[in-house]
Design a protein around this ligand. Structure first.
Ligand SMILES: C[S@@+](CC[C@H](N)C(=O)[O-])C[C@H]1O[C@@H](n2cnc3c(N)ncnc32)[C@H](O)[C@@H]1O
Length: 206
């Protein structure tokens, strides 16, 4: 995260919350029906995605983020959902302890080595047959001009390393090209924000 957005954790939801609502809903639609699933949101930010899961009836939720400012907002707004401060590449949770790991806009802003480390950690945390739901930017022939324009403007505003990493992510061609090696199924399940954000289901076969 850029210094500006870091300083503005309290502004994250007021500024981006409305625009990201279709993404929050797309994640909910992509979840299995079973409301007892254990769900971990890595790089959870202000916890907005977890609150959408909670409103939809999912009860076994947990969030982790590195930034204390984001977590302070998350804890204040989220009531009973537990949040942990830590690095998503090295979490304190046991192997195979979650049914779903979500990554919402959690990879484009990082360097490729950290993206791979976070995804590898997510594979470790998932039960057999479980999967990651990851949403991030997707610029291709389906993306409408306004989606590309607005997303690029926000990322440029974020600036610094965040913007450099965003450009690297776009250059690589999106999610399927940032996965670490291994036997992985990846399927796109939804598009939102003028088709500028895609949601992928990622299953790592051990
Ligand atoms: C673009 S924000 C996305 C926040 C949230 N997932 C959402 O959908 O609104 C990226 C988040 O990644 C967090 N982050 C950055 N590096 C991290 C790391 N190594 N481990 C955990 N969280 C990290 C930032 O603090 C920030 O909250």
């Amino acid at each position: 995260m850029s210094t500006l957005i870091k300083l503005s954790a309290r502004l994250y939801d007021p500024v981006l919350g409305r625009a990201l609502k279709p993404l929050r809903q797309a994640f909910v639609r992509a979840l299995p029906e079973d409301r007892s699933l254990r769900i971990l949101d890595l790089c959870c930010g202000t916890g907005d995605q977890l609150r959408a899961f909670e409103r939809a009836g999912y009860g076994d939720l947990r969030g982790l983020d590195l930034d204390p400012g984001m977590l302070a907002v998350a804890k204040r707004r989220s009531g009973t959902i537990p949040f942990d401060e830590g690095d998503a590449a090295h979490t304190p949770y046991p192997d195979a302890s979650f049914d779903i790991v979500t990554l919402s806009l959690a990879l484009h802003d990082k360097e490729q080595s950290l993206r791979e480390a976070i995804l590898t950690e997510a594979y470790r945390l998932l039960k057999p047959e479980a999967y990651i739901l990851s949403a991030d930017f997707a610029f291709d022939e389906r993306t409408r001009f306004m989606g590309r324009f607005l997303i690029t403007a926000v990322e440029r505003f974020a600036g610094g390393e965040h913007y450099e990493n965003f450009k690297d992510y776009v250059r690589r061609g999106g999610m399927k090209n940032i996965l670490p090696g291994g036997d992985v199924d990846i399927a796109e399940t939804a598009r939102v924000l003028n088709a500028g954000i895609a949601l992928w289901k990622i299953r790592h076969r051990r």
